[in-house]
Design a protein around this ligand. Structure first.
Ligand code: CP
Length: 324
C-alpha cells in the first residue's frame, strides 16, 4: 500500500523544538512526522550507488555504548558515516569504566576532546537525561534501561507507515514483557501521539499496574489482542525473567503469547514486527519470523534512515543538508 505523510491534521514544521532526543514522551506529532518525512528523504540517498551526503561534515559524534547492542549500534555508526560525520566508538568493556570511572567523568573527558553529539546506550533509566546535565553536546538516547528507546520506535513508525496510509484509527498490539520494555514505552508514546489505537498484551506479571493511563487497552489473551489488529509488535522475552518467576516456562509462554502460523492464517492482513533480537520459538514461531508479512528486516533497514534523520535534525544544520 502506498505511503503518505498526511497521517494527522497537525501543522507541518521544519525544525525540531527539542535540542536532544531522550524519548518520545515529550515529542509532538508534528516533530515525529518531521523525523519520518526526513527519514524518507534520506532513504532515497541510501538507494543511490554512492550512499553518502556531506550533511554532517565537520560534526563529531561519539557513540557511548555501556550495554550490548547489534542493530542500534551498527545503524547509528552507518548513519553517521552516510552523513560524513566524524565518529568515535566507545564501549565500556576495555575503557576506564572498568577502573571505576563514572558516566559523568567519562562523558566530560570525551567532550573535552571537542565533540558535538553523543549517542548513549546505558542500562540505567534516565542515563541519557543525566548526560545532558554533564555535557554541552546534543544527546541521543539509544536505549536507557526500561525507560525509552526513541529511535527504535521511530523506525517502527516509519515501517508501519510503509504499509498503512495513516496512523489515525490503526490498531497496534504490543505483546510481551511490557513492564521491562523501553521499546514498548517509546512506541506507546509515538503511536498515541499519531492517533493509533494501542493494545498491550502479556502475562499479568509483565503488564505494569496503571498502564491504561498511557491511553492503551490491556488484555491478557493473545486472541483478543490479534482480533481486528493491523500490526502485532512482539517484544523480546528477556530470558532472565523466567528465573524471576514472571512466567513458568518458555514453552508455556509460546503457547499462550507466541505468534504462530495459525495466527498468520487466521488474520490474513496482519503484519508482524519485532525489534530484535528474536527468541525463535518463544515470541514468534520460526515460520512467523520468516513469514512474508513479518517486516523485521525492513525495520532494521529503516533504522539507518531514521537515525540519519534524527542526527541531521538535531544538528541544527540548514535544510539543504538532506539532498546532499
Ligand atoms: N532493537 C535493538 O535495540 O537491538 P540491539 O539491542 O541489537 O541494538
Amino acid at each position: 500500500m502506498a505511503l503518505t505523510t498526511e497521517t494527522t491534521s497537525e501543522q507541518k514544521i521544519t525544525a525540531l523544538r527539542h535540542r536532544h532526543l531522550l524519548g518520545l514522551a515529550t515529542y509532538g506529532a508534528d516533530e515525529i512526522q518531521l523525523i519520518l518525512e526526513t527519514a524518507r528523504r534520506f532513504r532515497e540517498v541510501l538507494e543511490r550507488p554512492i550512499k553518502r551526503v556531506p550533511t554532517l561534515r565537520g560534526v563529531t559524534v561519539v557513540n557511548l555504548f555501556f550495554e550490548a547492542s547489534t542493530r542500534t549500534r551498527i545503524s547509528f555508526e552507518l548513519a553517521e558515516k552516510r552523513l560524513s560525520a566524524d565518529t568515535v566508538n566507545f564501549s565500556s568493556a576495555g575503557s576506564s569504566v572498568v577502573k571505576g570511572e563514572t558516566l559523568k567523568d567519562t562523558a566530560r573527558n570525551i567532550e573535552a576532546m571537542k565533540i558535538d553529539m553523543v549517542v548513549i546506550r546505558h542500562r540505567s533509566p534516565g542515563a541519557a537525561a543525566f548526560l545532558t546535565k554533564c555535557v554541552d553536546s546534543v544527546v541521543l538516547n539509544a536505549g536507557d534501561g526500561a525507560h525509552e528507546h526513541p529511535t527504535q520506535a521511530l523506525l517502527d513508525l516509519l515501517t508501519i507507515s510503509d504499509h498503512f496510509p495513516k496512523f489515525e484509527g490503526l490498531n497496534v498490539s504490543i505483546i510481551g514483557d511490557i513492564t521491562h520494555s523501553r521499546v514498548a514505552r517509546s512506541n506507546i508514546h509515538g503511536l498515541r501521539a499519531l492517533g493509533a489505537n494501542v493494545t498491550v498484551c502479556g502475562p499479568k506479571t509483565m503488564i505494569p499496574y496503571g498502564i491504561e493511563e498511557m491511553g492503551v487497552n490491556v488484555t491478557y489473551r493473545l486472541d483478543e489482542a490479534l482480533e481486528g489488529c493491523d500490526v502485532a509488535m512482539a517484544l523480546r522475552i528477556q530470558l532472565e525473567r523466567q528465573e524471576a518467576g514472571l512466567f513458568p516456562t518458555l514453552r508455556e509462554y509460546h503457547d499462550r503469547f507466541g505468534i504462530r502460523l495459525e495466527h498468520m492464517e487466521r488474520y490474513p492482513d496482519l503484519i508482524v514486527m519485532h525489534p530484535g533480537p528474536i527468541n525463535r520459538g518463544v515470541e514468534l514461531a520460526s515460520e512467523v519470523a520468516d513469514h512474508e508479512r513479518a517486516v523485521i528486516l525492513n525495520q532494521v533497514t529503516n533504522g539507518v534512515a531514521v537515525r540519519m534523520a534524527a542526527l541531521y535534525l538535531l544538528s541544527g544544520l540548514p535544510e539543504s543538508g538532506v539532498a546532499g
